[in-house]
Design a protein around this ligand. Sequence first.
Ligand SMILES: Nc1ncnc2c1ncn2[C@@H]1O[C@H](COP(=O)(O)OP(=O)(O)O)[C@@H](O)[C@H]1O
Ligand SMILES: [Mg+2]
Length: 248
Amino acid sequence: MTSPVKKLISTPCWANYGVVRMSSPLVSMRGLERHYHMASGTVRALDGIDLEVSEGERIILLGPSGSGKTTLLNCISALDSPTAGSYSFDGSPVPNDDSEEMTSFRRENIGYVFQFFNLLQDLTVMENITLIQELAGGRDEARARQLLELVGLSEEVDRFPAEISGGQQQRVAIARSLAKRPRLLLGDELTGNLDSKTSAMVMEVLVKACQSEGITCIFVTHDETLVEYSTRVVRLDSGRIWSDTPVG
Ligand SMILES: Nc1ncnc2c1ncn2[C@@H]1O[C@H](COP(=O)(O)OP(=O)(O)O)[C@@H](O)[C@H]1O
Ligand SMILES: [Mg+2]
């Protein structure tokens, strides 16, 4: 099924506006496959993925356990290399055979929010953010404060992760993921460790932060209630996309 987003992308813009303008989708995958060769046979974790993601979209990736969600995120972030197919990011092929280049691609373009927050326990909230800035090229406390304000944690800058709640820790992780200004933010079950009320609060903060920073997002979940925070829902099963629909 061709999604309305795909139709939009494939509609020549000069047809509507009389102006020729070429712009690449941020993510463009064609026939992407990832196989695992096991003693018991080949597992086709991804089995022909065609996916285009435009800047500003917020995609929720839904699917049962084992459907290929994490494998797809790993291929999108160049943590993993596809077995077959093509993948371009902003019009350029994504490296898939050289770990240095894959690392640079990831460092320059991808932010990540994890299920278990992964904050450094011996560093304060502020230090968790400024450390990432230093690794990405430059400490900027004013920007770190601005991000912490964006996620509603201005009062907690000098606390340690153990002194704040799980929801607050995930909001620190969101601020941290935005610190290097990624083009694309990925999350794998990022609310999986939170109760439903806290999940809703974290997702609201996340949407606000991504809108304000102009960041494109893809979130994996099996929680259908998170659909309301997305602009598009992609459903996977057996390594294939079986539905791709815009929200609202
Ligand atoms: N490293 C691996 N080695 C072998 N099989 C794997 C590996 N990683 C994932 N798989 C298999 O690929 C399929 C998709 O896995 P995964 O992407 O983790 O699914 P999901 O995140 O939707 O639960 C599953 O059948 C899983 O067992
Ligand atoms: Mg998974």
